[in-house]
Design a protein. Structure first.
Length: 369
């Protein structure tokens, strides 16, 4: 009888060993065999509160995963069963269950991108943010000052406060979180540049440099000219001259600007009309990039107080009003002298001209580049 029992136990042990071996081989095959996603990628969304077994069951229902129990065993074996991250995942052909589990635990979610462009206004920023389908929209319809309150910066003007860059984020990121990130980036870059600024600048605070940087950003698209443009405006500030720059006037006109800057626009009084008011405008006029911030805080040395557009995207810089008048005739009046506000020194503001950037006396002339 005892021999029969021993024999039965031996058989059971053998069967158990065979079963365990089969399970192990099956599990190993499962762990390293690619998921059945066909020839194209599959999007998997893990929602808050969803367990790993729930994810596995969903994949089984889609015909992607053969043994959901095995995935749960794998997670428990690794000690990560309760560590999967919420988000949207991309499962590409060739992905194995082992790789999938690693993705879920490490939170390798799909990253979308949105680019904020140098020179954009806050309105353009919000147009891009509001239309992005991957962001969660919580700020739509709010005014700029209300948005700044939501971002934790009440009383701050929104213009120019966000750093232009390409930002990557997972689906479901809130627009508020996105803007807070861009705000922090701008603050970080601005303060870093401020700490390394040149000496003897006419700025009382970093915000002044941000305002100047926004003007530089809108005045030229040539990287090689930014420091020279900044140099002209810094010297004009030091001498108490008006900046007389078109982009600030255009910003002050707002939606009434039709694309052509006319003489009457230069005489339209707004806080941003630097033909009428000395010093910097009250706020930035756009979102400056890092190069413009650097230029505002490291202006090129020299004596130039004027510049005029050559018509090819570059500018001619002049030290004196007389030199500048000749440059205006050459580059904007096509070599034909005619009466304009600074011609022959007849500007109503002695020592200044109609425009630091070089526009002639306007009737219906287009805004310069």
């Amino acid at each position: 009888m005892r021999a029969v029992v021993y024999k039965l136990i031996a058989i059971l042990v053998l069967v158990g060993c065979l079963a365990a071996g089969w399970l192990w081989v099956s599990y190993q095959s499962f762990a390293n065999e690619p998921l059945s996603v066909g020839g194209k990628e599959l999007r998997l969304v893990v929602k808050p509160g969803m367990s790993l077994r729930g994810v596995a069951d969903r994949l089984q229902a889609k015909g992607v995963l053969k043994h959901p129990r095995y995935l749960a065993w794998m997670a428990r074996w690794r000690g990560v069963a309760d560590r999967i991250k919420v988000g949207e995942y991309r499962i590409t052909p060739g992905t194995t269950p082992s790789q999938l589990l690693t993705m879920l635990v490490e939170g390798r979610v799909i990253q979308y991108s949105l680019t904020l462009v140098e020179g954009w206004t806050f309105r353009q920023v919000m147009d891009a943010v509001d239309s992005d389908p991957h962001l969660k929209h919580t700020l739509k319809g709010l005014k700029p000052d209300e948005i700044m309150v939501r971002l934790g910066h009440p009383g701050e003007h929104a213009e120019g406060r966000f750093f232009p860059d390409t930002y990557h984020f997972p689906r479901g990121t809130t627009d508020q979180s996105f803007l807070q990130r861009a705000y922090r980036a701008m603050q970080g870059h601005l303060m870093h540049e401020w700490d390394q600024r040149a000496v003897d600048l006419p700025y009382k605070r970093p915000y002044d440099a941000l305002i100047m940087a926004s003007i530089v950003e809108k005045e030229t698209a040539l990287p090689s000219e930014r420091a020279d443009i900044a140099g002209v405006f810094v010297r004009r500030l030091k001498k108490g001259m008006r900046l007389q720059t078109d982009p600030t006037v255009i910003y002050g006109l707002g939606s009434s600007f039709d694309g052509n800057l006319r003489r009457r626009d230069l005489e339209h009084d707004t806080p941003y009309n630097t033909y009428m008011h000395r010093g910097l405008p009250p706020t930035p006029i756009a979102m400056p990039g890092l190069a413009s911030i650097h230029a505002a805080l490291h202006p090129a040395p020299g004596k130039a107080l004027y510049f005029v557009a050559r018509g090819d995207g570059s500018h001619q810089f002049s030290d004196t009003l007389k030199e500048h008048d000749r440059a205006v005739i050459k580059y904007q009046l096509k070599g034909h002298a005619r009466r304009f506000s600074s011609y022959n020194g007849k500007s109503k503001n002695a020592g200044e001209k109609s425009d630091a950037g070089g526009a002639e006396d306007r009737q219906d002339s287009p805004s310069k580049p």
